[in-house]
Design a protein around this ligand. Sequence first.
Ligand code: NAI
Ligand code: MG
Length: 352
Amino acid sequence: MSRVISLAVIPGDGIGPEVVTEGLKVLDTVTDGGDVAFEKTTFSLGATRYLETGDTLTDDDLAAVSRHDAILLGAVGGTPGDPRLAGANIERGLLLKLRFSLDHYVNLRPSVLHPGVSSPLADPGSIDFVVVREGTEGPYVGNGGSIRQGTQHEVANEVSVNTAYGVERVVRHAFGVASARPRKHLTLVHKTNVLVFAGGIWKRVVDEVAAEFPEVTVDYLHVDAATIFLVTNPARFDVIVTDNLFGDILTDLAAAISGGIGLAASGNINPDGRFPSMFEPVHGSAPDIAGKGIADPTAAILSVALLLDHLGLTDAAARVQAAVAADIAERGEATRSTSEIGTAISDRIRAH
Ligand code: NAI
Ligand code: MG
């Protein structure tokens, strides 16, 4: 065994544990007999844990998770509106806390319309792009507040934070991603005509960094126009770089046009390697179907492929992707359980 990778596993709530089980099944298959071993530690975090102990993410949890080489997360969160979870704030107190504390400044979300998948678009063309969403700044940092709440004079602010350091590092990363892809095309999405200060720094940084990547062609779209083109001509996109808020919204649209939430994978990446990167399906805990064994584990399995790729295990990542693509192509109308899909993909990997 030449390399041991420590993996923190956060199955989470609802369908999270169901899809993570299949992700790990595939991970075990693709690494079986190789010279890399994953040493897994499971962390009980999320709504279930909160209801049992009242803790969301303690300092000890965070320290323990940080000591790993990478993180695989299912989904966290209970049934929306559950009064017992009113004080939990799982989104900010757990997910965003992990992303901010572990400096996940790149949120990577690929969108591929696989052969065999039907898109809600009548004429989607070929969809194969990746959104590089900034993960630690923008309007999501909690820089705001409100006064006179609940009165006619309430004032509420939520300030978008964009630092030269933060914008430059994510833009540089996005150029690197574009440079490594066949089309080498990068689109900055913002709203520079109205958000002149935040948009101004993004535009200037992209222009500056572009000079270092002459092989990458650069394009700019306002976010509203980007939503039009994602529907009318998604094939025009290769790499999109954008801020935290726009990226959140665009990637849901991107998932919707490329086969839905059951297929959308993501990586929360700390490219410096100072902290473990975290890989997770884009979807949530889906309380409406939890426990029924019918969740699609494909997004979690594709997240495992992103994890392998990030760790430099590109061969294993490609094998997982190929097995998923083959499985999707032959899916048809038959309904299979969560574990049947995971097993089918594992079997394909083993057979190749
Ligand atoms: P959701 O993504 O959990 O579910 C939306 C719809 O998609 C539901 O109808 C669900 O059944 C379906 N769906 C989701 N994943 C699926 C899969 N793998 N296979 C088949 N169908 C799937 O979003 P929702 O309902 O808004 O949130 C539910 C809970 O999840 C909330 O507590 C929310 O805060 C949390 N959440 C957590 C996220 C995370 O952990 N990163 C992300 C989004 C939501
Ligand atoms: Mg979202």
